[in-house]
Write a protein that binds this ligand. Structure first.
Ligand code: ARG
Length: 647
């Protein structure tokens, strides 16, 4: 497995001097500034799967935590050479009762002590191990000072100068140099995926918003993302829909969106007909067979129904600025027989009460892949799709977004794929499949979100309402009253849609969340409105200075002498490790939290205590404003939110 996706490996160099039995090699990637370290141990056979990635230290770029990990790796091996494979445990320090001993800490001493105590060792306890780890840390201009606290925590204070240089470099080279490199080249993100002829509801909104953000974060991290809309466009309900369509519109020319009206109502009416009239039911069942047999009129009717649904879905995607490529269930249907044949040959499929099923580990019900009537289903389609994504599309990571209700389906699907040998047994290796399940969207009554008039909330109406409310709020501000209509419209869209997205993304995905316009559109607290305003305010500080910021970037230096300048600088350079964590663990809320804290540090610390315009430190502070705005804009972009520059 090649770790760096830009894979421009230009040189092979010996990395660290030989430490005991340990050899380390590093491949330089000239494009993404990544080093791939390959460590060979005399006692363990190392496979390609154990390659680990590390960003380069000391060069003021990228992931700070990784750079410290590199330093501690050297120190740990020098401290206890007999323990050859100890991964450095480095974390950003969290303040306890307002006190922090450092910016980062290394927490290996205690674990190492329990490994070596009782063996022959010069150390007397974990604190001494911590002290030795500190002493053996290679000199680096990123570190200002170190100390050992408690039972051996090694605290690191980063150098102000180094932080300032990192920021300066980012401002000149661009924030993309802070993008993480992930160990995958290509991923499928299967998201949104509504069902044809059924209204795209607020549940699909979560899948759409979270999926888009995950795709954006992966794309930023140099992963090629296949954004897949796995729409439900196949299955037995189409027999019923087609027959109903024939009945209502004997002339196919008459079929169009206006005539059919609301597809959901159409679906309901056809379902009522299906349930009450046995003769209709029979025709509907035959229609499925004729459709799947490829009969022309049936195929055409199916396409008409899909097209009308698609127009409706697109209205939502357009408003949200979301790109998706439709490869619906129907796309995979020709592949199902071959895939089942393969699984059959492997002896994985068995008979169960007339159906064909796959049993998987630790689940007492089987995965049904052929129903007792011989028909295929959701699971057979997903098996074919997974096989296609691994084999044809060569995706190394396949990510599915649906509500948590489908967790068991995906658990069984992935286990079946492991039995088939399509996916490795071990979850740490690639190709890998992950289901991202999310909770329900609730109304203020704590029940599933609905409106009184219709059972489900129409997504388009909901987005329109968010936009209209933010427009009203915007027009209450004196400044916006003079704006051209187009600008008011654009800004209220950015705020309204941004608010809906952010309210969803800031939550931990697993939990249900309550949809509340007043809350999400509040300009105080952890909302997109607050964040967008904060960004606009920073832009206006820069504008008011009357300076050309590009020129300031070229000629001025950042200094972080004030405590609050340093706090802001430190938070800014942590962007890279936060985004890497959010990507690796598929957690957009981690990025939201980072963005909110950035805004708080800027407003409540830096901007409250450090005068910018007209101060002796003006140039340096303008650069800090610019760096903050740049990082905020990147966060907005990754969250699918359009930034606002003035309010
Ligand atoms: N259409 C499904 C639904 O609305 C979601 C599909 C998710 N993707 C998949 N490959 N199963 O519940």
């Amino acid at each position: 497995m090649i770790v760096c996706n830009t894979a421009n490996l230009s040189s092979v160099t010996i990395y660290y001097p030989i430490l005991g039995l340990n050899l380390s090699w590093v491949l330089d990637c000239s494009k993404c500034l990544l080093k791939i370290a390959y460590r060979k141990f005399a006692t363990t056979a190392t496979t390609a799967q154990t390659l680990s990635t590390m960003a380069v230290g000391a060069e003021n770029m990228g992931n700070v935590k990784r750079q410290l990990v590199q330093l501690f790796e050297v120190s740990l091996q020098a401290t206890v050479p007999s323990e050859t494979d100890v991964a450095p445990l480095v974390d950003a320090c969290i303040a306890k009762s307002g006190v922090r001993f450092g910016d980062y800490q290394c927490n290996n001493a205690m674990g190492l002590w329990s490994k070596i105590k009782g063996k022959q060792t010069e150390f007397r306890g974990p604190t001494a191990v911590g002290q030795a780890i500190m002493k053996n840390l290679p000199p680096s201009d990123m570190v200002e000072s170190c100390s050992v606290a408690g039972p051996g925590f090694v605290n690191v204070v980063l150098s102000r100068n180094w932080i300032a240089k990192s920021l300066q470099k980012m401002l000149i080279d661009g924030i993309d140099t802070w993008a993480p490199c992930l160990p995958v080249k290509r991923a499928v993100v299967d998201f949104s995926s509504p069902n044809i002829a059924k209204e795209m509801h607020v549940g699909h909104l979560r899948s759409t918003i979270i999926g888009d953000t995950l795709a954006r974060m992966l794309e930023f991290s140099h992963v090629e993302v296949l954004r897949r809309n796995h729409v439900g466009d196949w299955g037995t309900q189409f027999g019923m829909l087609i027959e109903f369509l024939f009945e209502k519109f004997p002339n196919p020319e008459d079929v169009n969106e206006a005539a059919i009206g609301d597809l959901q109502t159409f679906y309901k009416a056809s379902k009522a007909r299906f349930d009450s009239d046995p003769e209709f039911k029979q025709r509907a069942q035959q229609a499925v067979v004729r459709l799947q047999g490829g009969e022309d009129t049936y195929h055409r009717a199916w396409k008409q129904i899909c097209e009308i649904s698609r127009t409706e879905f697109h209205r939502v995607y357009e408003r949200l600025g979301i790109q998706l490529e439709e490869k619906g269930e129907s796309f995979y249907s020709p592949y199902i027989p071959g895939v089942l044949e393969e699984l059959n040959k492997k002896g994985i499929i068995e008979d169960d009460k007339g159906a064909r099923v796959i049993f998987v580990q630790d689940v007492n019900i089987p995965l049904i892949v052929v129903k007792s009537d011989g028909g295929y289903n959701y699971a057979s389609t997903d098996l074919a799709a997974l096989r296609y994504r691994i084999n044809e599309e060569k995706a190394e990571w396949i990510i599915y977004l649906t509500d948590v209700g489908q967790q068991q389906h995906f658990d069984m699907l992935f286990k079946a794929a492991k039995r088939a040998g399509w996916l490795p047994a071990d979850d740490g290796s690639y190709p890998k499949a992950t289901h991202v399940g999310f909770g329900l969207v609730l109304g203020e009554d704590g029940k599933r979100f609905r409106t009184r008039s219709t059972e489900v909330v129409r997504l388009v109406d909901l987005l329109d309402e968010a936009k209209n409310r933010s427009k009203t709020a915007l027009l209450e501000r004196d400044t916006a009253k003079e704006w051209p209509e187009e600008e008011v419209e654009k800004t209220s869209q950015a705020i309204g849609y941004g608010a809906v997205k952010y309210a969803d993304l800031k939550n931990n995905k697993q939990t249900n969340y309550t949809f509340n316009f007043d809350q999400m559109l509040n300009d105080k607290g952890n909302t997109a409105v607050y964040l967008l305003y904060a960004h606009a305010r920073i832009c206006s500080i820069i504008r008011k200075s009357g300076k050309d910021i590009e020129e300031v970037k070229r000629n001025a230096k950042i200094a972080l002498d004030h405590e609050d300048e340093r706090a802001l600088g430190l938070h800014l350079i942590q962007f890279s490790e936060v985004i890497e964590e959010a990507c690796t663990n598929l957690l957009p809320n981690v990025l939201c939290e980072y963005l909110y804290n950035l805004s708080e540090i800027f407003t409540k610390k830096f901007y409250s205590n450090c005068q910018v315009v007209g101060s002796p430190e003006e140039s340096s502070r303008l650069l800090l404003c610019e760096a903050t705005a740049t990082v905020m804009r990147k966060c907005f972009h990754l969250l699918g939110i359009v930034p606002v520059y003035k309010i």
